[in-house]
Design a protein around this ligand. Structure first.
Ligand SMILES: Cc1ncc(COP(=O)(O)O)c(C=O)c1O
Length: 358
């Protein structure tokens, strides 16, 4: 029986993406690899209609965190200062990256799952004119909250501060208005809303933003200027995960043929709405209202009579993998993601399995 993955990536693969993994062995210094790399880079920009002369997709072999680290360390000039907005694990991870690299930064902390307080953001930026960048997570996977980038972007524009976005769990399924929101970069990954396999992540970056950091290199492996120079000339500084590229190239074709991020969002919402309604009927409450939630993942309160381990193990026996709450949420929440090649029938069978367990 195929196990249905309701964790936030890696996701269930479609058959055509799985078959792409079986393509011939390939050296990453051969022209066939270069052609595939350019195809992926072009397709990534096309998802949000970004012109190639102004924007670049830079491909890295590593998980989503490597893209976050590459973005922060490569996009902020030596004299720059970043304000990191935190309302969950991944905002806190951005801060840790800045701290580890000794970057000038400050944290704008919120409780996990809380709404970002734009008034506080404005005060921080007005009190310290040294800030050059704001870093923020789009979909905070800790809680399922979709942070409202448009309001943050509006404040950033007023203070002439550049916005760096962790779009790891939203890229490809939620709206991202790169130009309108004045985004400078967005970190994301192959194995979430794009339905590829783990191993490849990427940063979509404004070329002009990287030109300002050409003179500094904070890391050897994650320096985006090094990648950009070589990828623009059909090369790669390091060995890439070739099979993961095969999968991503095919997954991107499928994404476009299906109708792009808009169709993916509609499809995810259809599945998520069925989960939200089905669980509500069983008196299992969602953490956040629908209008604050992403289409990708929602968090739910554990029922009183069932701990997470029993729920997880019972569902796994029935063929479904769910996801625990992180940190302080571990005892009270579980999370359901609807990414990947799964169907409404899978969701109905999932709800039937939960009903059986209760
Ligand atoms: C918003 C967000 N950022 C970053 C990451 C880290 O990605 P990875 O585990 O692939 O390093 C995740 C993972 O779930 C995420 O949801």
């Amino acid at each position: 029986m195929r196990e249905i993955l309701l964790n936030p990536g890696p996701v269930n693969l479609s058959e055509r993406v799985r078959q792409a993994l079986l393509k011939p062995d390939l050296c990453h210094r051969e022209p066939e690899f270069a052609a595939m790399q350019q195809s992926i880079r072009r397709q990534l920009l096309r998802i949000y209609g970004l012109p190639e002369q102004d924007w670049a997709a830079i491909l890295i072999t590593g998980s989503g965190t490597s893209a976050m680290e590459a973005m922060l360390t490569s996009c902020i000039p030596a004299r720059g200062k970043v304000l990191v907005i935190e309302n969950g694990v991944y905002g806190e991870r951005l801060s840790r990256i800045a701290a580890i690299h000794g970057m000038d930064h400050a944290c704008l902390r919120h409780e996990w799952g809380g709404v970002i307080d734009v008034g506080r953001l404005e005060r921080c930026l007005s009190e310290d004119p040294g800030f050059t960048h704001v870093a923020v997570v789009h979909h905070e996977t800790t809680s399922g909250r979709l942070n409202r980038l448009e309001t943050i972007a509006e404040v950033c524009a007023r203070f002439r501060v550049n916005m760096l976005v962790d779009g790891v769990s939203s890229f490809g399924a939620e709206e991202l208005r790169f130009e309108d929101w004045g985004m400078h970069a967005c970190a994301a990954t192959a194995n979430k809303c794009l339905h590829g396999i783990p191993g490849t992540s990427f940063v979509i970056v404004k070329r002009a933003a990287l030109r300002r950091t050409e003179d500094i290199q904070r890391t050897l492996y994650l320096d985006l200027n090094t990648y950009l120079r070589q990828q623009d000339q059909n090369g790669t500084p390091f060995t890439q995960s070739v099979q993961s590229f095969y999968a991503l190239d095919e997954a991107l074709r499928e994404h476009a043929e299906d109708g792009g991020w808009q169709t993916r969002r509609t499809d995810y919402w259809r599945k998520m709405d069925s989960v939200r309604h089905g669980l509500a009927d069983l008196k299992i409450e969602a953490l956040l209202p629908r209008e604050d939630s992403s289409c990708v993942l929602n968090a739910f309160r554990l029922p009183n009579n069932l701990d997470y381990a029993s729920l997880h193990d019972g569902l796994k026996q029935r063929g479904f993998v769910i996801y625990a709450g992180q940190g302080e949420f571990a005892k009270t929440l579980f999370r359901i993601s609807v990414m990947g090649s799964i169907t409404m029938t899978d969701m109905e069978r999932f709800l039937e399995a939960v009903r059986g367990l209760l």
